[in-house]
Design a protein around this ligand. Structure first.
Ligand SMILES: *[C@@H]1O[C@H](CO)[C@@H](O)[C@H](O)[C@H]1NC(C)=O
Ligand SMILES: *[C@@H]1O[C@H](CO)[C@@H](O)[C@H](O)[C@H]1NC(C)=O
Ligand SMILES: *[C@@H]1O[C@H](CO)[C@@H](O)[C@H](O)[C@H]1NC(C)=O
Ligand SMILES: *[C@@H]1O[C@H](CO)[C@@H](O)[C@H](O)[C@H]1NC(C)=O
Length: 340
């Protein structure tokens, strides 16, 4: 009985608000399950378009702005905070199993805006814009002087450590010869002798180790179904007075991604990085932008929020009655921080 009454009240409320404001997009709060489903799709889109460095994961749904609907589809702008994970882009680990990089390791944060369409109850990214930065780069030396600090990816000590670690990997018992694909990260800990901590990706070539040692053939990275990567983290320590460096490393081999991934519909192309863009020397930037600045629907998020508020004020003065708080309140945002 009580349930019935509540349902009736709810129905009336919906009808009332529908009367005051015809065809209003329902309010979507930042921590609603549906908002997180949309965010998961946005994160999938992001990682599908990011072909270097590490995968990114959701940290917070910051803002949701309903835009004018289009042909019965709901359109939203989503503002998300992402964090870099420790899973390299070549890894097959599902994103929800990829730990984010610890703050003390100098995390990388990304701010992204997505224009999304809800069609048949599924969200799809129409346009996106992202940029990333290394956090606490300045604060860490002060907070933790003895911690390793992120070094430029082309720092000679980092490059050398990767070289030594890759040689060690190639002297292991894998049959293929691997060549360097990319340096993911380098950190240096000053002290008695430097400790250099590196992360890198090596790609299997079409040479066996014997081929490579003979040096007769050109060794080319395998592609397609034969592609295979080794993602390694290594620490290379050179103590004073000791000739050899001490190399400790751990590598994970990733075979080519199964074809079902390749068949998944890949969202539209992303605009190329503009020539004036200066990539970070310390991390693999997440950078892309196809959020068109000229489209009437994709002006800044703030603009739309203001427009929505203005519309609300007009409606109120026209009817002479305050609009029901539940029907017109802005979304409850920002959502919680999932990590930090
Ligand atoms: C809507 O989605 C459902 C399942 O998500 C699917 O079965 C159905 O075919 C879709 N309808 C249209 C018109 O795409
Ligand atoms: C590293 O790259 C930066 C910018 O690309 C360049 O200015 C610098 O000279 C490079 N450093 C080394 C050691 O190669
Ligand atoms: C060689 O490979 C085998 C099987 O993959 C592994 O169990 C073994 O530990 C490897 N040996 C060395 C020295 O890496
Ligand atoms: C690897 O591929 C390159 C280019 O296709 C070829 O020139 C080279 O001989 C191949 N190496 C071996 C060991 O087959």
């Amino acid at each position: 009985m009580r349930l019935l009454l509540a349902t009736l009240l709810l129905a009336q409320l919906v009808l009332c608000s529908a009367h005051v404001v015809p065809s209003i997009t329902p309010v979507l709060n930042c921590d609603d399950e549906e908002a997180h489903q949309a965010a998961a799709e946005a994160v999938r889109y992001t990682n599908a378009h990011h072909h270097h460095g590490y995968k990114f994961a959701l940290n917070q749904v910051e803002k949701i702005i309903p835009l004018p609907s289009h042909g019965g589809d709901e359109i939203y702008l989503f503002e998300l905070d992402l964090l870099e994970t420790v899973c390299p882009h070549v890894s097959s680990t599902p994103i929800d199993q990829c730990p984010v990089r610890a703050k003390l390791e100098q995390a990388v944060e990304a701010d992204c805006d997505y224009k999304m369409r809800k069609h048949n109850n599924t969200y799809e990214v129409l346009q996106a814009k992202c940029k990333s930065e290394l956090k606490s780069a300045e604060k860490l030396p002060w907070l933790c002087p003895k911690c390793p600090h992120v070094a430029p990816l082309n720092d000679t000590r980092v490059v050398h450590a990767v070289d030594v670690a890759l040689q060690k990997f190639n002297s292991g018992n894998n049959t293929n010869f691997y060549s360097l694909h990319e340096i993911g990260r380098g950190r240096i800990q000053q002290g008695e002798g430097n400790t250099v901590l590196v992360e890198f990706i090596a790609a299997a070539t079409n040479c066996t180790k014997d081929d490579a040692a003979a040096g007769l053939n050109e060794c080319v990275k395998e592609g397609g179904p034969k592609a295979s990567y080794a993602a390694c983290s290594a620490s290379v320590v050179k103590l004073p007075g000791v000739i050899d460096e001490d190399v400790v490393e751990k590598c994970t081999i990733y075979e080519a991604q199964p074809q079902k991934d390749a068949q998944a519909p890949l969202p539209g192309p992303v605009a190329p990085v503009p020539p004036h863009f200066i990539p970070s020397r310390f991390h693999h930037n997440l950078y892309f932008n196809n959020l068109s600045p000229h489209s009437s629907e994709s002006n800044s998020a703030e603009h739309h929020l203001l427009a929505a508020h203005a519309q609300r004020a007009v409606k109120r003065s026209l009817t002479g009655q305050p609009v029901h708080a539940n029907a017109r309140r802005p979304p409850l945002c920002p959502g919680r921080k999932i990590h930090f």
